[in-house]
Design a protein around this ligand. Structure first.
Ligand SMILES: Cc1cc2nc3c(=O)[nH]c(=O)nc-3n(C[C@H](O)[C@H](O)[C@H](O)COP(=O)(O)O)c2cc1C
Length: 233
């Protein structure tokens, strides 16, 4: 695969085939992802990789937390309560005005693509729920970053994940990062021995794309990278 082809082929996939990814392929993708740059080469991130029963237990815990949360009308409760968001980072935080517009525009085209009308809460909730079933992906990766060197560890994790997603694409796999999974921390703690200094920043689903699924024909916009104006010195 030419680099140009590879980098444009990667897109977020939200419906997967019921087909396991061989362990050696997962290992190869992880091995290739390590060739990334890092802040002082500190590599302050760790991954929790789940497949099979562990993945299903994780999904059940997320669905349970999410359903209770929706039932309570999304009221945020005290930290540590397993029903209400207990994430290390506030995924539910209001976006700054400038960035909010972009997220809303993306949401509109995405739901439009799925023929989900504005105000159709049932369909929207069903779509959100799919996140916690990991869109049927056979591999889920939880990404933890060291709290002591933020924001650089988060930056490093992003760089590493970009490598990982491109490697996966190269090997015929599809991915979607799942920031939603950072909303709850307790499912991760039930399945992994996470060192105290590490915070859950995102998830990532990986598997084989279901090319017959309408949702997977959605393509997000990739506008030019904004540049700040140089000063007229
Ligand atoms: C850190 C991160 C978290 C994300 N979380 C979610 C998520 O929870 N659910 C989802 O459907 N997409 C999620 N996405 C995918 C983005 O919506 C997607 O990358 C963006 O719309 C651009 O589309 P593309 O990945 O197809 O290029 C996430 C992306 C990133 C980088």
């Amino acid at each position: 695969m030419e680099f140009q082809e590879l980098i444009t082929a990667r897109h977020s996939v939200r419906a997967y085939l019921d087909k396991p990814v061989p362990e050696e392929v997962i290992a190869q993708v992880l091995d290739e992802a390590r060739h990334c740059a890092s802040w002082s080469n500190t590599r302050g991130y760790m991954l929790g990789v789940a497949t099979g029963d562990r993945l299903h237990r994780l999904s059940e815990r997320y669905i349970d937390a999410w359903e209770k949360f929706v039932k309570e009308s999304g009221v945020k409760g005290s930290q540590g309560d397993s029903v209400f968001p207990d994430g290390d980072f506030e995924t539910w935080k209001k976006y700054p005005e400038q960035l909010r517009g972009r997220a809303i525009a993306n949401g509109k085209t995405f739901y439009g693509h799925l023929n989900i009308m504005r105000g159709d809460d049932v369909a929207r909730l069903a779509q959100q729920r799919d996140n916690y079933e990991f869109f049927g992906a056979p591999v889920i990766i939880l990404v933890f970053v060291h709290r002591g060197l933020l924001p650089f560890t988060a930056q490093d994790a992003g760089i590493m994940l970009a490598h990982l997603m491109l490697s996966a694409t190269y090997h015929g796999l599809a991915t979607v990062p799942l920031g939603n999974l950072a909303t709850w921390r307790h499912p991760a703690d039930a399945e992994f021995e996470v060192p105290e200094d590490y915070a859950l920043i995102t998830g990532l689903a990986m598997g084989y794309e279901d090319t017959s699924a309408q949702i997977n024909t959605y393509r997000a916009e990739h506008p030019s990278i904004p540049l700040v104006e140089p000063k007229n010195n």
